[in-house]
Design a binder for this molecule. Structure first.
Ligand code: IPM
Ligand code: SF4
Length: 417
């Protein structure tokens, strides 16, 4: 009768049965800290007084939020982290040239089904797209994980979104998740495991499933999850040689709440300022834009770059707008180069930057100023998120972002294609 989360946490706690609401102490398979949260975790780890981390091969450290360093403070943070990597012989360290943590962890084979993964970053829920129980934790909790390889959890109940219907042309996983969040609200899945299931999800690529799971936290979710299938196994096949275990949810579980979502009539969506659940169809929005950002751990993957390039090919970005393209990882960047996508972006007038979080959280490249309006393929649009508190951030799919860059205002992809 258990859900996927109950089964995974049962295995990780070596208990025959765990149920939603139980407090358990779980073994951790992978712990991730990055350049922004890592220094705090390291400081707390040192205060505990333990000399060595619990397992130097299960800790993954990517630099992504402020890369290359954009200030003396971030350069100093990088120094703290590199020193820690050396002292502790951390095997999986990715310096400034690798990409966004939530893209490179699965891409480089650190994520397999059935694992318990924690990251000092709220979008760690992304990795549930491969059938892992994966969640964001605070830097001080992470210090205990670095020391002991264990963490306590309250086993969550599950909201299972049963998604059916064929998506129309130019409608993507991003539109699906924005629509779901608008239906349940930004707190509509608080502390729930958010499972994405149904025929629409079955037909989605692993990248698309990552988009859904990435934004589980934007409705308060403890984690996002998709049951592994052949696509999942294909994805990990050439990336990881770790053993894995596939867990699925028993539909008679008492801690399961099934929410049916029909997406056959869904139109391209846009989340409007200043909340992710303030969602309208693109056609309801009449808004000029100063900056378009194509990138982030939500929509900076190869499929997103392809969708945008299809629209931008042979076209020019409006002179009222600037566009930043930031591939989510080096692998995405290389593939985009080989496929000629980068050339299309540069010819259209976009700026292409090296893989990093970019303007997603307003801390690095491409910050927006007073009263400016950004259209972004990332996952958050609260006040000040991409720079000035007086700016506005809209969120959309890569296709809407590309079409809007050409028009200088928010439009549906049909306007261009
Ligand atoms: C910097 C980090 C703590 C943060 C997070 O946890 O999500 C960031 O990645 C974000 O997207 O806001
Ligand atoms: S891309 Fe944005 S949401 Fe993703 S980890 Fe970086 S800052 Fe956070």
């Amino acid at each position: 009768m258990p859900t996927m989360s109950e089964k995974i946490l049962g295995k990780a706690t070596k208990k025959s049965k765990v149920e939603a609401g139980d407090i358990v102490i779980s073994d951790i398979d992978i712990a991730m800290i990055h350049d922004l949260t890592g220094p705090l975790s390291i400081e707390s780890f040192k205060k505990i007084g333990i000399k060595k981390v619990w397992n130097s091969s299960k800790i993954v450290i990517p630099f992504d939020h402020q890369v290359p360093a954009d200030s003396i403070d971030s350069a100093n943070n990088h120094i703290i982290m590199r020193k820690f990597v050396k002292e502790q012989n951390i095997e999986n360290f990715y310096d400034v040239n690798a990409g966004v943590c939530h893209q490179i962890l699965p891409e480089l084979g650190h994520v397999v089904p059935g694992e318990v993964i924690v990251g000092a970053d709220s979008h760690t829920c992304t990795h549930g797209a491969l059938g892992a129980f994966s969640t964001g934790i605070g830097s001080t909790d992470m210090a205990m994980v670095l020391a002991e390889g264990k963490l306590w959890f309250k086993v969550p109940e599950t909201n299972r979104f049963n998604i059916t219907g064929e998506l129309k042309n130019n409608v993507y996983a991003k539109d699906v998740i924005l629509n779901i969040i608008s239906q349940v609200g930004a707190d509509g899945s608080t502390y729930k495991a958010c499972e994405f299931a149904g025929e629409t999800v079955r037909d989605m690529s692993v990248s698309d499933r990552m988009v859904l799971c990435n934004m589980a936290i934007e409705m308060g979710g403890k984690t996002g999850l998709v049951e592994p299938d052949n696509k999942t196994i294909d994805y990990i096949k050439n990336r990881s040689n770790k053993p894995y275990e596939v867990f699925k949810t028993d539909l008679d579980s008492p801690s399961l709440n099934i929410i049916d979502i029909d997406v056959s009539d869904l139109e391209p969506q846009v989340a409007c300022p200043h909340n992710v659940d303030n969602v309208k169809t693109v056609n309801e929005v009449d808004q000029e834009i100063d900056q378009v950002f194509l990138g982030s751990c939500t929509n900076g993957r190869l499929s997103d770059l392809r969708d945008a390039a299809k629209i931008l090919k042979g076209k020019k970005i409006s002179n009222k707008t600037r566009m930043l393209v930031i591939p989510a990882s080096r692998e995405v960047y290389l593939n985009a180069l080989e496929e000629g996508l980068i050339k299309i972006f540069v010819e259209a007038g976009a700026l292409v930057s090296a893989p990093c979080c970019g303007p997603c959280l307003g801390g690095h490249t491409g910050i927006i100023g007073n009263d400016e309006v950004s259209l972004s393929t990332s996952n958050r649009n609260f006040k000040g998120r991409q720079g000035s508190h007086n700016a506005k951030v809209y969120l959309s799919s890569a296709a809407v972002a590309a079409a809007s860059a050409i028009e200088g205002r928010i439009v549906a992809p049909e306007v261009i294609l």
